[in-house]
Structures are given as structure tokens and as C-alpha cells.
Ligand binder design. Structure first.
Ligand code: SUG
Length: 456
């Protein structure tokens, strides 16, 4: 590592949460098998404007509370290129009409605003942990569903545009998009360390092993393989001493826990988890303790306190756990946790009153996203950055009062307040979206990242 990179890496590391801006085509299409909220709400009318405003309100309130907040743009949808690749021809309007008539499920898939869940955008290793002192990024291949498989190319371009300085940032290609390397990004990756600036231990949670291994789930798919997680650790230059690979409990996946971040959340030295999170709970904790420089603080929620079904329906473990300057932590929970009496009681009695750093709970309404199975933690990609790395970023991806006001005005100018399955073939929706996205890349100053901008 160069001396400069080493100095940057150890100084003033702060976690920045990059939330995905909800795209103008946000809708409920029932696309995600094994994600019970998505399966339940398919066909409902969505409100893209409200969804985007809920997301922006969460970002703004965390920024106001002193946390570093970033924003990532949505993707180009409907993805007409994907429909053309599948044989739908003619003008844009004809492509949409033909897909609506012959394969409405494909039209729904290419309209999904699923890139809002940036916890699935990529896996990130901070410079403080990487041997070359740079921040490493690998976009997730998201190969387990067609609608999400459409995301990584644009995600890679967006990340490369924002983190463009090669002296500080390294970008890797997404893993081969095949079941053996099924990768869903940071939703299955947790970095544990005394604080964000200390060398971290990386917990990778996988649902199945492609080559051998223990049994996986039987009802719902496992979206992350051990082989994918191992490949990412290798790409980023991490050693065995920095990594723990743990299998997710297959029964949890079968109960609707389609990512580890639906049942566990870590921050600093704290690992908040449900007792059904890991196949081998004790072995996972021991492996973490062996490798961590600071003591691990496990906060275990037993099934007797919160049943697995309640964990899934309230998304308690999909909360954001944020570090405060005094060493305490704030838990940002979705509104559904407050509406469930027993979960709310556990938050008060076990988490807030317990012997752990969690000292505050903040409730956020992200219902539009929750109906598709995306809570507060799904909506953000964590990137721990030193002051020099933050200074080396390009464009305007860090939220400020001014950018927030501009984004609110942008949403209010361009977004519809209702979108049902019957609206997706409307060629006007596709045109509105392109106009909005073209304006957005100008506003964020990230250059051309969308296919329509690159083809032009
Ligand atoms: O991949 N839902 C997303 C939710 C992702 C949540 N992310 C994390 N847990 N990190 C998914 O299942 C539903 C889209 C629809 O049905 O319209 C969807 O893709």
C-alpha cells in the first residue's frame, strides 16, 4: 500500500449510507418468490411519488441527525432493451403493447424499481481492510430473479461514476451470473469492528453451497452461495483471518428470510440477531470472536421473544443500526415494528433496556417499500469512507439541504401518484421516466450512466 493510501485509510473513517432513490415506475408485481411481502402484495396499486418521498424523508432525517447520507439514482425502466432482447420488436410503443399482451409478467419485470434496495447493489470493502488501502466494490449479479438480473450493469456504471478516483476506489466485475455464484450483495455481508476506522472482520452469510455442503432450504430459494461470497472476498484481497463464512438457517429462508439482513444486523462490535439466523449460531460467534480485535457484542433475540413470522412481517432486523459519536447506537426501525405489540415491547425491554450500546429507537415510515419486502436497511448501501475518500468522490452523491430540496422538487415534477399493473404499457410512462432520469443525472452530476444516454 502506498503511504498516502495508508494515511487516508486510518484517518476519520465514517460510514456513509447510500440510499436508493425510488424510481418513477415503482409498482407491486409479485416478482420475488420467497419474499412474502412481495408475493402478498402483487397487483396492488402503488404510489411511486409517495414511495420516493418516504425514502427521501428517511435520508433527510438521518442527515439532520448528523449521519453521513448519500443517494444513488434509480435505473432506466421500463427496460425496453431487455424486451427487445427477448424478441419483442417494433417501435417502443409496440414493444410495450406486445409484451403486455403476450407476456405481462415480463413487462412487469422490466418495469420494477427494485434498484431502490441498494443493500443488494454491491458488496463493499473499506480501504482500511483492503491490502491496497482502496475501497473495493463488486456489483451483485442478482441472477436469482430476472427483474433484478437487469440491474448490475447500470449499478456498476453508477458506482464507477461516483467513486471514479482510481487512487482511492477499485471496481470489480459482477461475478458470473450463474446459480453457482448467485450473489445478492451487502444484504448478506456484515462488517464487524470496534469502530468504523478499526480493521474489520467480514461476516458473509450464504444460503447454500453450490459444490457440496449442508442442506439448503426446501421451500424457497437460497439467493447467496458460499462460492459467491468467497469469490468476492478474494477479489477484494481479504485473507482468511479477516473472513467468516456462515450458513444461514435453511428453515429461516423457508419462512421468508430471503436475505441475512431480514434476520440480523451488525454495526461496529454489535451483532443484533434472531436465534434462527445461523445454522450454527455458537460456531459463527466463536469464529467472529477469534478474529476480531475488539470484543464482539452479540445481542440475541430468542424465538420465544419474537417468533420468526413476526420478525419477517415487522422487519425488526432490517433496521439500520447507526453509530453515534458518544459510542451509543441508534436503531432505525420500520413503522411496522411499532404496530406489533410484542415486537415493540421487545424493543423497549430487551434492546433499549439491555446491556448493549443501543440507546435510541427511531421509527420510519417506508410502507411503499415494505410492501415489496424492503425495509430501512434494504434501502441503503453502507460505505465506510475516510475524509480523503469522501473528498475524492465525484458528482453530488452526498445529501445536503440543497440537494434534498432539488430532489423533492424533481420527484414532484415527474412522479405519478398511482401506478397499477394496467399502466405499465403506457408509452407515456416510459417517456416521462427518461425525461426524469436525464434531468437527474444532470442534477447529480454523474454524466451518462443509462443505456438511453450511452446509445444516443
Ligand atoms: O429482491 N423485492 C426485493 C426486496 C429486496 C430487499 N432487500 C434486502 N433485504 N436487502 C427482492 O426480493 C419485489 C418486486 C415486486 O414484487 O414488485 C422485490 O424485488
Amino acid at each position: 500500500m502506498s503511504g498516502d493510501a495508508m494515511n487516508d485509510a486510518v484517518s476519520d473513517v465514517q460510514e456513509v449510507n447510500f440510499d436508493g432513490l425510488v424510481g418513477p415506475t415503482h409498482n407491486y408485481a409479485g416478482l420475488a418468490h420467497g419474499n412474502v411481502a412481495s408475493m402478498r402484495h402483487g397487483g396492488l396499486e402503488a404510489n411511486p411519488r409517495e414511495a420516493a418521498l418516504q425514502g427521501l424523508e428517511k435520508m433527510k432525517s438521518l442527515m439532520d441527525a448528523g449521519y453521513a447520507q448519500g443517494v444513488l439514482p434509480p435505473q432506466q425502466r421500463p427496460d425496453l432493451g431487455a424486451l427487445r432482447a427477448l424478441g419483442f420488436g417494433g417501435s417502443d410503443a409496440q414493444v410495450l403493447a406486445r409484451a403486455a399482451e403476450q407476456a405481462p409478467h415480463l413487462l412487469r419485470a422490466v418495469c420494477s424499481a427494485s434498484s431502490m434496495w441498494t443493500a443488494n447493489a454491491a458488496t463493499v470493502t473499506p480501504g482500511v481492510d483492503a491490502p491496497d488501502g482502496r475501497v473495493h466494490f463488486t456489483p451483485a449479479n442478482l441472477q436469482s430473479s430476472f427483474h433484478r438480473y437487469l440491474e448490475p450493469q447500470t449499478t456498476g456504471r453508477v458506482l464507477a461514476a461516483i467513486f471514479s478516483d482510481a487512487g482511492h476506489f477499485a471496481h470489480h466485475p459482477a461475478l458470473p451470473a450463474t446459480p453457482a455464484f448467485s450473489d445478492e450483495g451487502a444484504a448478506n455481508h456484515t462488517r464487524l469492528a470496534g469502530d468504523h476506522g478499526e480493521a474489520g472482520v467480514h461476516l458473509y452469510v450464504y444460503g447454500r453451497q453450490a459444490f457440496g455442503g449442508e442442506r439448503g432450504p426446501v421451500r424457497y430459494p437460497a439467493r447467496q452461495t458460499r462460492e459467491a461470497s468467497e469469490a468476492i472476498a478474494r477479489q477484494h484481497g481479504l485473507s482468511d483471518a479477516q473472513c467468516v463464512f456462515a450458513q444461514q438457517h435453511p428453515d429461516a429462508i423457508d419462512a421468508g428470510v430471503f436475505h441475512n439482513d431480514v434476520i440480523a444486523v451488525g454495526n461496529g462490535p454489535v451483532l443484533l440477531y434472531h436465534d434462527m439466523a445461523f445454522r450454527n449460531e455458537a460456531g459463527t460467534l466463536d469464529a467472529l470472536r477469534e478474529r476480531m480485535a475488539s470484543p464482539l457484542i452479540p445481542v440475541r433475540v430468542p424465538s420465544e421473544a419474537i417468533a420468526l413470522d413476526d420478525a419477517v412481517s415487522t422487519y425488526l432486523f432490517n433496521s439500520q443500526l447507526l453509530s453515534n459519536p458518544d459510542g451509543s447506537m441508534t436503531l432505525v426501525v420500520p413503522g411496522e415494528c411499532q404496530e406489533n405489540e410484542s415486537v415493540w415491547r421487545v424493543i423497549q425491554d430487551l434492546l433499549l433496556a439491555g446491556y448493549n450500546p443501543i440507546s435510541e429507537v427511531v421509527v420510519k415510515d417506508v410502507k411503499q417499500s415494505m410492501r415489496n419486502g424492503g425495509g430501512p436497511a434494504c434501502l441503503r448501501l453502507r460505505v465506510a469512507l475516510s475524509a480523503a475518500e469522501r473528498g475524492a468522490m465525484s458528482g453530488r452523491a452526498l445529501l445536503t439541504e440543497k440537494l434534498y430540496a432539488e430532489l423533492i422538487a424533481w420527484v414532484e415534477r415527474h412522479y405519478r401518484d398511482r401506478l397499477g399493473p394496467g399502466d405499465l404499457a403506457d408509452p407515456a410512462l416510459a417517456r416521462e421516466t427518461l425525461t426524469a432520469l436525464d434531468e437527474l443525472t444532470g442534477l447529480l452530476r454523474i454524466g451518462s450512466v443509462y443505456p438511453f444516454q450511452l446509445d444516443a
